[in-house]
Design a protein. Structure first.
Lengths: 443, 273
């Protein structure tokens, strides 16, 4: 793209910024309950508790809010599927396991505005009639967990959690539960197993969590960004929420930009913004770099290229371009980065994080890593490329959960767009990137 | 060696967080708890967890070995983790890891002879906008390079506690394990440590500087009325829940056990061939 020099964003592009969930981050003490309360905090809760729970579910349906955890499932619909008057306890579980490579939006939110998540949890739990909620936070995220635990403590002390919340008769207990280092625990059924004290391995579906989730009871699992959106929708209304985004992908979304741009960071924008516009907001590419490949939503979403600068980054637009919106983690790589090496490093990740439950993912990623090491150390063959695609063919659609399917994304998409880069290693035009040392056991 | 009375009391507190009959949910925090006393998960720690929850040692071990944060060997006071996943890697994270490994004379998951530092390479730490990043006992040092990293470990070895870029001042791995077990950080002012970094605020600052806000926000907007619920909600919704599950994530079956919508992925596979 032309954006190889640092740029100043034009007005019409600046207007795509929609500071909603990120707005309080500018107030350095917004993590304290008194500051939060002064900035509209817990006003949505008071309003929600005065409404019928079903009215809240309807409101979220009307807003068109879709899950921010990657799959984009309509949130109101999900809440509506919790059976009511069934005599079973209901649970709300917040997925704060943020680990999809490239994704870095949930941790800053919990660090700088933890009460917005806590408030969202209380409203969502009230809507689905849950009296216990859990936030399953990635173990390594200690900085965010510290603030979150503090926020929960403050919320109890203020009467927003516990018995008879604000005199409404509604009770809720909220526990912040730290994980222990396993990407697979972000997959919602693996998360539930982990939260029950087991190895985090995905469950067979059906039954689905809506009827048999935590402790075999009806459970809603939602991402941090999804739940934190709720107080804003309760305050501003569904129609206001839909002034942002596109018809089928409503609202603001935090795009996480990393890599070869002048100003990496979090940019909350109207859903449907393009990468060209995002790069403009980020001050252009770094001097001397031009865009070569990028992920629209984390490493599990197929790579896109400079041809795709004008694809609208909403659920439908990205799918039409042959990828997935995912977590809107846009990792931006330039002509100085090698797509073969990038893919190799992601494969090491999938291999390491594979839970081992199913053969295609466990074995397939093991072998693909070895093939990549061979190619990158200058010992690859043409057959290696067929082996990679055959392996992907055996994983995709045959793996037990989305991790295995996701691992094929960088492999197939890099081979689709950058086969020449692979051939350059195989035919000796590119110097090996890995030494023989890395090759031990590769044959 | 027996565990301290404080640890026993904390174990009871942890178990009480979960519903009666669901005590096993306490296992992950209990494993963090035993690490807070012993620095890693020892056979005694496994036994302790097993006794607290009425599990076998094999059941506890099977869980402990699944998660990377439970350490099976003694660790140093400082767990130094360098992100080498793709983004940090290409931005220089691999060079940082290699420099540290050579300087300290240890590889992945190994501890220096003086017992101060355990080195590991980490997967994406959800801080790519600050890449390359590293952490010490899980608190972040952003935008590092080999020189910064070497200086950092030398200061740690000299007994200093360098201030992380974000998050609180450093504590030891044992102290951190207590927080991971779900206990508050009791250090005066620690929760307040760590102003937002520039990358975190980049977008929202840009909006502020240019006077951009989202128009039409009225906190008094009425919520509206509930939709009619069908009679006999229990059965109706169980069926609907399955339908929704199928729509978002098809049921497992031999042909497609994950059921994830994979149309774009299938397309990439076809077009790569
Ligand atoms: C391998 C894998 C990892 C995942 N990791 C996360 C995660 O870290 N955070 C998250 O919210 N969702 C993650 N998901 C998606 C969840 O399974 C689930 O769809 C999501 O939490 C639902 O919440 P939402 O509807 O609010 O998006 C992951 C899925 C897979 C297959
Ligand atoms: S696809 Fe991978 S992570 Fe998922 S169940 Fe199979 S082995 Fe485990
Ligand atoms: S790749 Fe290092 S933090 Fe994401």
């Amino acid at each position: 793209m032309s954006a190889t020099a640092v740029t100043v964003p034009r007005r019409e592009v600046l207007e795509k910024l929609t500071p909603v969930l990120t707005k309080r981050w500018l107030s350095p003490d917004a993590w304290r309950i008194d500051v939060y309360e002064r900035l509209d905090g817990y006003a949505a809760l008071r309003k929600a508790l005065a409404a019928h729970p079903d009215a809240l579910i309807q409101l979220i349906k009307d807003s068109g809010l879709r899950g921010r955890g990657g799959a984009g499932f309509p949130t109101g619909l999900k809440w509506g599927f919790i059976p009511q008057n069934d005599g079973k306890p209901h649970y709300l579980v917040v997925n704060a396991d943020e680990g999809e490579p490239g994704t870095c939006k949930d941790l800053p939110l919990m660090m700088h505005d933890p009460h917005s998540l806590v408030e969202g949890v209380i409203i969502a739990a009230y809507a689905i009639r849950a009296d216990r909620a859990y936030i399953y936070i990635r173990g390594e995220a200690v900085h965010a967990a510290r603030r979150l635990r503090n926020a929960v403590k403050e919320a109890y002390a203020a009467g927003y959690l516990g018995r008879n919340i604000l005199g409404s008769g509604f009770d809720l207990d909220l526990v912040v539960h730290s994980g222990a280092g396993a990407y697979i625990c972000g997959e919602e059924t693996a998360l539930l197993d982990s939260l029950e004290g087991f190895r985090g391995q995905p469950r067979l579906r059906p039954p689905f969590p809506a009827t048999h989730g935590l402790y075999a009871s009806p459970t809603v699992v939602n991402n941090v960004g999804t739940i934190s959106s709720v107080p804003y929708i309760v305050l501003g209304g569904a129609a206001w929420w839909k002034t942002m985004g596109t018809e089928k992908s409503s609202g603001p979304m935090i795009y996480s930009l990393s890599g070869r741009i002048a100003n990496p960071g979090q940019y909350e924008c109207s859903l449907g913004i393009t990468l060209r516009e995002l790069i403009e907001l980020a001050g252009g590419m770094q001097p001397g770099h031009s865009l070569r490949f990028w992920t629209p939503g984390g490493s599990s979403t197929p790579l896109l290229t400079a041809e795709h600068l004008d694809v609208p980054l909403d659920f439908e637009g990205v799918a039409a371009a042959g990828s997935i919106l995912g977590t809107t983690a846009t990792q931006i790589f330039s002509d100085q980065d090698c797509p073969v090496y990038a893919t190799y490093r992601w494969l090491e990740f999938y291999y390491h994080e594979s839970c081992g439950k199913c053969t295609p993912c466990r074995e397939g990623n093991y072998w693909m890593v070895r093939v990549y090491r061979r190619i990158l150390s200058g010992q690859g063959t043409y057959e290696d490329l067929d082996t990679l695609l055959d392996t992907c063919d055996n994983i995709l659609g045959r793996a037990f959960c989305g991790l295995g399917d996701g691992a094929t994304s960088p492999v197939t998409s890099s081979l689709k767009y950058f086969k020449q880069d692979y051939l350059d290693y195989i035919e000796g035009r590119t110097a090996p990137k890995l030494s023989d040392k890395a090759l031990v056991g590769a044959h | 060696m027996g565990f301290s009375e404080a640890t026993h009391a904390r174990a009871r507190e942890i178990i009480a967080r979960y519903p009666a009959g669901r005590e096993r949910s306490a296992l992950l925090p209990l494993l963090h708890l035993v690490q807070s006393e012993e620095g890693h998960v020892t056979p005694a720690g496994v036994q302790f967890c097993a006794e607290q929850l009425g599990l076998t040692k094999a059941q506890v071990s099977a869980v402990a070995t699944f998660y990377t944060m439970y350490k099976r060997k003694p660790t140093g006071d400082w767990l130094v983790s360098v992100c080498t996943n793709t983004m940090c890697n290409v931005l220089g994270g691999q060079a940082v890891y290699d420099a540290l490994s050579e300087h300290l004379g240890v590889g992945h998951d190994e501890t220096t002879e003086d017992g101060t530092i355990t080195l590991e390479h980490a997967e994406c730490l959800a801080a790519c906008d600050y890449g390359p990043v590293m952490t010490v006992n899980y608190d972040f040092f952003d935008n590092v390079d080999p020189d910064i990293a070497l200086n950092l470990v030398e200061r740690l070895r000299a007994g200093e506690r360098p201030q992380p870029t974000r998050g609180a001042r450093l504590c030891t791995l044992k102290e951190m394990s207590l927080q991971l077990a779900g206990f508050a950080d009791e250090r005066e002012g620690a929760v307040a440590d760590g102003p937002p970094g520039a990358s975190t605020l980049r977008g929202v600052r840009l909006a502020q500087e240019n006077g951009i806000t989202v128009a039409g926000f009225d906190p008094g907007t009425p919520i509206g009325k509930p939709a009619e619920r069908p009679a006999g909600p229990e059965k109706a919704n169980a069926g609907a829940a399955t339908a929704a599950g199928v729509a978002s994530n098809e049921p497992a079956r031999d042909a497609s056990p994950s059921g994830q919508p994979s149309e774009p992925r299938q397309r990439n596979l076809k077009e790569a061939k």
